[in-house]
Each structure stands twice: as structure tokens, then as C-alpha cells.
Design a protein around this ligand. Structure first.
Ligand code: NA7
Length: 533
């Protein structure tokens, strides 16, 4: 059995930076294990037409290396999946990382051995390893949610989940296509399918808010400007709560005249992008303020759709704006004006079963050649819990997290020594521009391991008390916002039957989170216990 100092699971943004940090900064013998045939994580799997990042491209990259930042140019305001994948390959090449990555191996078990304080790691290809440190870099949105609808196994056509898209692509020409789901993914996907499909039927369960992306190809001057402003950009995106390059306004939506408010929303709408939710300080904390933005969005969307019934359905919002992760779109609402597109409201006409040739709802029957599930993920905990992770005294992660995840800072789990999670539950993760959260976590973990190696320490482990306190910190903070108005969202585990309904990410923003982590380090890693080698 081969022994490593550290094993990392997953080759997305997190795994790539963590491998570089442990191997090249700390000189640790490190292996990264990845289930895909190549690196990229979410950007390796999500190859559906229209797949694109909602963060502005110059912010959705690593900032740890000035050289890497300056030697790469993003061609568009928002990057397409294949371009991000190219970027990650470029980073891996610059740092010679692939030689320490083991592909096409899914970690199936990771057991902590109390006798020697080492982790035993096994893959589905029968490979066994031992390591001192085990780091999860499995991502928050990588365990596909394929709804359990009766009859899917009988369907004679083809079906796909967007998060496991075939590398060869899907030809929609002359096909009758069903798309189930209108989250960020579905909203990006529908306009692309509608370009070639004979017919596209979009099944909507909940109306989703979407802001225009206003994507564009950027010119050389823009690109140059990004490069020369490396430090300014880095400072900015490390200082905002969301890790994006926009600030939240300090003004309340209720303190301005109707006319001024409308002008602000209109400017934001024309500008496009995620900054829209920061136009007033209280859009996510005050229901009255929130209603003003909901009414604006309703009007905008309704004026885009020609079919008034469809317009009503896509604006039938049943939760406040931005209480779920906001989505961006390019021509999504315009897509409903095409002759080959129909909208099916399954909140009133629910899906009963899939037959060999189509989908039966309560009131209707539709025939299809292809079904696309844009139904999201078993988010934040799904990928981790798909591995049998067993800590001290044979404690199973699945059992410990039965009633919701328990972590300290989203970085460690009580009872699981030397096991770290990057963007685990309890981290700011999906509520931020994720690479910014990742950089913070990787740097924290690397510094912590460096501290242990320098001080001849054998294990680090958090405890129940501080983890429960962290859980309480998260609950209290989220309850100050409007987010609890949307408990059916994946942020609460609400999209998965049987999953504990607990709010998972840390909601108070990256700088606050980082300050807490830094203070903990200054207090000799308060909340963590170490043992000697
Ligand atoms: P999301 O945001 O979870 O969206 C999933 C969509 O699928 C949403 O419209 C769901 O409706 C719908 N859905 C889920 N299950 C079903 C069933 N059983 N029947 C009908 N409709 C269903 O996933 P995405 O992939 O779009 O986005 C996830 C993140 O990835 C996103 O934040 C980006 O950062 C990238 P619901 O709203 O639950 O009624």
C-alpha cells in the first residue's frame, strides 16, 4: 500500500490549488484522486449547451499567482465551460500538477485508523492508499439530482442530466425535447436547445428570478486593463462579502422615491449581472424592499413574453428575490416567443409518470424523443456522503450528519481527525464567487498543516461544542435575512427527499468569515485540538 503525506479528493478549482500548495509550498508527498478522466471538476462534467459561469470572467479565476493571472486572457464577460476547462488545464500545466493526479478513480471509502492515526483510502478501481491528511475537494454541486419519477426506465428515447453531459454532445435537430427544471442551468440551456430542436417543452415547477447577463466579447483594451489592475482586482474581490467585484449599496430601497428606485433598477437591468441584487442594501433583509424589486422584475419579464399565459407562469414567484442563488440569462424569456417552444406549469399539472414515449402529467400526455433533466444537485453534502467516510471509533460521516451537517468553520468535522473539507457545509462557498472562498480555505488548510509539521503534531481535530456553536452562528445569521422564506431550495437541502432541512452555507460574507478564521489562528487554533506525533 502506497503511503502519502496527503491525499486530495477532486480535481476542480479546490483540488488544483490544494495540490500545488501542499506539494510545492510544504514539500509534502501529495496525491490527488479524481473520478473523471481528466481535471476540471464541475467544468469537466457540465458540458451542456449554454454552460457558462455567472461570475464575471476576470473574477472567476485564481489570484494566488500574479504571473498566472497576467498570462491568461478571458475572451468574454462571462466564460463558457470549455474556456474555463482550458484555463484549469493551463494552470495545471504551468504548475506541472497532472503528474500527481490519479484520474478515473472514484474514492469509495476513507477510514481513519485509530491505532496509527492514518487514513486508509480505497478507490473503485481497487487502489489502496494510506495518508496522514485527507482533504475533500469534491465540490458543492457535483452529485446529480435525478428525480425518482415512475417509468424513467421504460423511456425508449434518450435522457440526460445536465451535470453528466456526454462529451460527444447531443443532437437536438428534429427532436421533440422535454426539459425539466429552470434553475441557473435550465435557464442557460433552454435558449440553446430551442435553436435546433423540432419542439422544446419546458417543465417548470417554480418560477425562478433571472436577470440579463449582458454577455459580450471583450476587447484588447479591456483585457489589458484587467492585467495591469491585478492587485486592485484581487484586493477588491477579497474584500466584498460575495467575492464578486461589486459592492452592496448603503441605501435602503425604501428611502428613495419611486422614480429614483425605478431608475436604479432600470440601470441595473441594462448593465446586467449578479450586482443587480446589491442595488439596495436591504433587498435580502426587508420584505417590503424586496417586493419593490420583485414588481420591477415581473414587469420586465411580462413585457418580454408575447404569450400572456406563459408570462403569468414564469413570474408566479413563490419566494422573495435572491433568497435562492440568483440566475443570469441570455434570451431565456425571449425563447418563449418561439413557435417551437412551450411551457408546462407542473406546479398545477404535476408529472405523474414517464412512459416509453413521453411524459404523463395529471391532465395531459406529451410525446418526446429526448428528456433533459436540469434538476440540479444533492448540493453541498451529496458528493461527500457518496463516499463511506469513517472517523475515530468507527463513526460514520453519514450517521453523524443524519440530521444535518455538523462542521467547524466548514473546514473540519468532530470525530474526523486530519480530515479537511474545502467549501464544505458551513463554509461561505456557494454564497460567494466560489474561487475566492476556495483560495481562503486552501490557504488556511495549508498554513494549518505547515504549523503541524513544524511543531511535530500528529493530529488536528475539532470538537462537538465548537461545531454546534458554528451551526448556531449560521442559523442565527440566516434568520436575520429573508432566505428562510425559501426553505425548499437546495441551500436548505429542500430539493432532495429525505434530506435534513438545514441551511448549509455560512451567510455572513467572506471577509467576516476570514476574520473569524484569522482570529482563531491567532488564538492558537481555538476550537481545534492537536495531539503530538
Ligand atoms: P437548481 O438551481 O437546483 O434548479 C433545479 C431545477 O429543477 C429547479 O427549477 C427545480 O424546481 C427543478 N426540479 C428539481 N427537481 C424536480 C422535480 N422532481 N420535478 C420537477 N422539477 C424539478 O439546479 P441548477 O443546476 O439549475 O443550478 C445549480 C447551481 O449550479 C446554480 O446555483 C449555479 O451556481 C450552478 P424547484 O425550483 O425546486 O421547484
Amino acid at each position: 500500500m502506497i503511503k502519502y503525506d496527503a491525499i486530495i479528493i477532486g480535481a476542480g478549482f479546490s483540488g488544483i490549488y490544494q495540490l500545488h500548495s501542499l506539494r510545492d509550498k510544504l514539500n509534502l508527498n501529495t496525491l490527488l484522486i479524481e473520478s473523471g478522466d481528466d481535471l476540471g471538476g464541475t467544468w469537466y462534467w457540465n458540458r451542456y449547451p449554454g454552460a457558462r459561469c455567472d461570475s464575471e470572467s476576470y473574477t472567476y479565476n485564481f489570484t494566488f499567482s500574479k504571473e498566472i493571472f497576467e498570462n491568461w486572457s478571458w475572451p468574454e464577460r462571462y466564460s463558457k465551460q470549455d474556456v474555463i476547462l482550458k484555463y484549469l488545464n493551463y494552470v495545471a500545466e504551468q504548475l506541472s500538477l497532472k503528474k500527481d493526479m490519479l484520474f478515473s478513480n472514484k474514492v469509495i471509502t476513507a477510514h481513519f485508523n485509530d491505532k496509527n492515526n492514518l487514513w486508509n483510502v480505497k478507490t473503485n478501481k481497487g487502489k489502496n492508499f494510506i495518508c496522514k491528511y485527507l482533504i475533500s475537494a469534491v465540490g458543492c454541486l457535483s452529485s446529480a439530482n435525478i428525480p425518482k419519477i415512475n417509468g424513467l426506465d421504460k423511456f425508449k428515447g434518450k435522457w440526460y442530466h445536465t451535470g453528466k453531459w456526454p462529451h460527444s454532445g447531443v443532437d437536438f435537430r428534429n427532436k421533440r425535447v422535454a426539459q425539466i427544471g429552470v434553475g441557473s442551468t435550465g435557464i442557460q440551456l433552454a435558449p440553446e436547445i430551442a435553436k435546433s430542436a423540432k419542439k422544446l417543452s419546458i417543465f417548470q415547477r417554480s418560477a425562478n428570478f433571472s436577470i440579463p447577463a449582458r454577455n459580450e466579447i471583450v476587447n484588447d483594451k479591456y483585457k489589458e486593463n484587467i492585467k495591469v489592475n491585478y492587485q486592485t482586482i484581487k484586493n477588491l474581490i477579497k474584500s466584498t462579502p460575495t467575492g464578486h467585484a461589486f459592492h452592496f449599496s448603503s441605501q435602503s430601497a425604501l428611502d428613495v422615491s419611486d422614480e429614483e428606485r425605478k431608475k436604479t433598477y432600470e440601470n441595473g437591468w441594462q448593465k446586467g449581472g449578479l450586482g443587480f441584487r446589491g442595488l439596495f442594501k436591504d433587498l435580502t433583509t426587508n420584505l417590503e424592499a424586496n417586493k419593490t424589486v420583485v414588481n420591477f422584475i415581473k414587469e420586465k419579464v411580462k413585457s418580454t413574453l408575447h404569450n400572456k399565459d406563459y408570462a403569468k407562469v414564469v413570474t408566479n414567484f413563490n419566494y422573495p428575490f435572491a433568497t435562492r442563488r440568483p440566475t443570469l440569462n441570455t434570451n431565456y424569456y425571449e425563447t418563449f416567443n418561439k413557435d417551437n417552444v412551450e411551457l408546462i406549469d407542473i406546479s398545477t399539472d404535476s408529472i405523474q409518470e414517464i412512459t416509453k414515449s413521453g411524459i404523463k402529467t395529471k391532465k395531459n400526455y406529451y410525446e418526446f424523443d429526448v428528456i433533459v433533466f436540469a434538476t440540479g444537485y444533492d448540493a453541498i453534502t451529496g458528493a461527500l456522503l457518496s463516499i463511506d467516510i469513517t472517523g475515530k471509533n468507527n463513526i460514520k460521516l453519514k450517521k453523524l450528519w443524519k440530521n444535518g451537517p455538523l462542521t467547524y468553520l466548514g473546514l473540519q468535522v468532530p470525530g474526523f481527525p486530519n480530515f479537511f473539507t474545502i467549501t464544505g457545509p458551513g463554509s461561505p462557498s456557494v454564497l460567494t464567487n466560489v474561487p475566492m472562498a476556495i483560495e481562503q480555505h486552501v490557504e488556511f488548510i495549508t498554513d494549518c498543516i505547515s504549523y503541524m509539521e513544524t511543531n511535530n503534531l500528529g493530529t488536528i481535530e475539532t470538537n462537538n461544542k465548537d461545531s454546534l456553536k458554528w451551526r448556531e452562528t449560521i442559523d442565527n445569521a440566516v434568520n436575520e435575512t429573508l432566505i428562510p422564506e425559501s426553505k425548499s431550495s437546495w441551500l436548505y437541502g429542500g430539493n432532495i427527499d429525505g434530506k435534513a432541512k438545514v441551511f448549509m452555507p455560512y451567510p455572513s460574507g467572506l471577509p467576516t468569515y476570514k476574520k473569524i478564521c484569522d482570529d482563531i489562528v491567532l488564538k492558537n487554533y481555538e476550537g481545534f485540538n492537536f495531539t503530538k506525533n
